[in-house]
Write a protein that binds this ligand. Structure first.
Ligand code: BMA
Length: 366
């Protein structure tokens, strides 16, 4: 694996500004939060169970925003998801809110609340690139990823973005001041072409360098509370899946992002693709000693009222993974939601999904 410009990454920065305050970095008998989280995920997987997750669950819903103590999921089933999913897009700009308007201070508080109720937290990162500030979906410049790896100015700017991410992860603490273990899933869906780090826009080596540089900076900043998830979009084979795999030493969780498009018309495609990709994920997890996860899925607007029990649940039961995450219920885009809300036609199916013993919500974890 390429080991590009470590000198610039490590000397071009003021690492003295890093908050290396990890209390669990010492030779404690107590397992560090990262290992506690790994053990939880492994035991869920060994039991054949799957934790349910929802992006931005407690910070807004289909008809509300910024309230406290609310969640569309909670309002349906009286329980929170076992997995809260968050996005760090905007942290690299030193913004106070992320790309979907959620304050990072709120995310920090909700991560602690989720940890206190026994659930877990996972993060994606729809960042702006460090070269010209274009968003993740700006694929107009296919030299970007190569420049992040090989050009000293871009490389130093990228390193600063990673320092912002590291500072955020280091700031996630519980009420005792102990760090909270979380999952980070950078550079996701790279087998597609919609993000600037996608397969059509960079070489295998330059993609892998995104990962190794991410790990190098976060590790050097004392980030020891994070498990790292690799999550391609749809692939056809184990070989495809592993084409850009950045290496055993930088990945803890192997996942896949597969959505159900086009309602009933897209059902066969979703079933076959999800089943194939989850089987690949489980195979790689077994071969490489990793934790399998269904890192993103969902059916936008839930046009099939029985989707939870008739579509998702059988797929999960056939190919269990430690967790499954569905995307967000936007408050400002009426059709952009992935769980039902009170009154939606899929409410009954979601409640049955909740009651199935295979699927774990927050109260099932502790
Ligand atoms: C996408 C959509 C966008 C959002 C982005 C990052 O799938 O939900 O509206 O900005 O994820 O959360």
């Amino acid at each position: 694996m390429k080991n590009i410009l470590p000198a610039i990454l490590l000397t071009g920065l003021s690492l003295a500004s890093c908050s290396q305050t990890n209390k669990n970095n010492t030779e404690d008998a107590v397992p560090a939060p990262r290992e506690e989280l790994r053990a939880l995920l492994q035991s869920v997987q060994a039991d054949g169970k799957t934790m349910f997750g929802h992006h931005d669950d407690p910070v807004y819903g289909h008809t509300w925003s910024a309230d406290s103590g609310r969640s569309d999921v909670l309002e349906l089933v009286g329980d929170y998801p076992a997995v809260m999913s968050w996005d760090l897009g905007g942290i690299e700009l030193a913004d106070s809110v992320n790309l979907d308007g959620v304050p990072f201070s709120r995310i920090r508080a909700e991560v602690a609340a989720q940890d206190a109720r026994g659930g877990i937290n996972v993060f994606s990162w729809h960042l702006r690139n460090a070269v010209n500030g274009g968003d993740s979906w700006d694929v107009s410049d296919s030299t970007l990823v190569a420049r992040l790896a090989n050009d000293s100015t871009a490389n130093a700017a990228f390193a600063k973005q990673l320092v912002a991410v590291a500072d955020f992860f280091n700031s996630l603490t519980d009420s005792q001041g102990n760090k909270i273990g979380v999952v980070f899933r950078p550079w996701h869906e790279h087998t597609g072409g919609w993000f600037f780090w996608g397969k059509p826009h960079c070489s295998v080596d330059d993609y892998k360098a995104l990962w190794t540089n991410t790990r190098r900076v976060l590790d050097s900043m004392g980030v020891d509370n994070v498990l790292y998830a690799y999550s391609p979009d749809r692939v056809n084979s184990v070989e495809d899946y592993l084409e850009r795999y950045p290496g055993d030493e930088v990945v803890d969780i192997v996942g896949t992002d597969i959505y159900h498009f086009n309602g009933p018309d897209g059902l066969d495609d979703f079933r076959s693709t999800a089943t194939r990709c989850l089987a690949i994920v489980r195979q790689v997890a077994r071969d490489y000693g990793k934790i399998p996860a269904f890192t993103e899925t969902g059916s936008e607007s839930l046009p099939m009222a029985d989707w939870w029990t008739e579509v998702l649940l059988p797929i999960i039961k056939e190919n269990p993974t430690a967790y499954v995450v569905v995307w967000r219920n936007a408050h400002d885009k009426p059709n952009h939601f992935y769980t039902p809300y009170p009154g939606h036609a899929a409410e009954r199916s979601f409640k049955a999904f909740y009651n199935d013993s295979t699927v774990l919500f927050a109260k099932d974890i502790r």
